[in-house]
Design a protein around this ligand. Structure first.
Ligand SMILES: [Mg+2]
Length: 199
């Protein structure tokens, strides 16, 4: 069987969730510079992620969860996932507590990072998801793995996937992603056509 593994931010959602959170809580400057440094490759992803969780972890978890439930999605991509929910999973670095309602709405299995929640805040980060581990897991189970992503943190997963699709639906895919991709799509139509072809 074919397993489709989707990145969440920018691939299923049509807006990045991080700026949405920072706008809502007016943390723009702090988060913007962190995002910029990460995108430019000046801060390694894991370090950037830990810093981000440290900043956002102080904010009320339930409010972020409610906010992210309202993030704009790519409707055709979501349709494909609902029609093929057994074949589709999400792999995201986001913490489970921040995206639980959003994931429920999308309606497929999701692998995520985890933390300990206390008093409606993230007290401690306990697991940072490595997307490549999810690819290996399904490959070892004998599945053909298709990975759809756009960011630096998708690169390793895409390198080892059987088929890697670079998504340019929200922004231009990271250079590292392009270097390991088999396909590049700039529209939902093109992506869904390709996904149905690979099904
Ligand atoms: Mg992304």
């Amino acid at each position: 069987m074919t397993k489709f593994i989707f990145d969440l931010d920018g691939t299923i959602t049509s807006k990045e969730t991080l700026p949405l959170i920072s706008n809502h809580f007016r943390l723009n400057e702090e988060i913007e510079s962190l995002t910029k440094e990460t995108v430019e490759g000046n801060i390694p992803f894991i370090e950037s992620f830990i810093r981000r969780v440290y900043i956002l972890g102080q904010l009320p978890v339930d409010e972020i969860d409610n906010l992210l439930e309202t993030v704009e999605l790519h409707p055709k991509v979501v349709d494909f996932i609902s029609q093929n929910s057994d074949n589709c999973v999400i792999a995201t670095g986001n913490l489970e507590c921040w995206i639980s309602k959003l994931v429920k709405k999308i309606g497929c299995k999701c692998y995520h990072s985890e933390g300990i929640i206390k008093d409606n805040k993230v007290e401690k980060l306990t697991k940072i998801l490595k997307k490549e581990n999810i690819v290996s897991f399904y490959k070892n189970a004998g599945e053909k793995v298709v990975f759809i992503g756009d960011g630096n943190n998708d690169m390793e997963a895409m390198r080892i996937a059987d088929v890697a699709i670079a998504s340019g639906l929200t922004h231009k895919p990271a250079k590292s992603v392009l270097s390991v991709s088999d396909y590049l799509v700039y529209s939902e139509e093109a992506l869904c056509r390709l996904l149905n072809q690979l099904l």
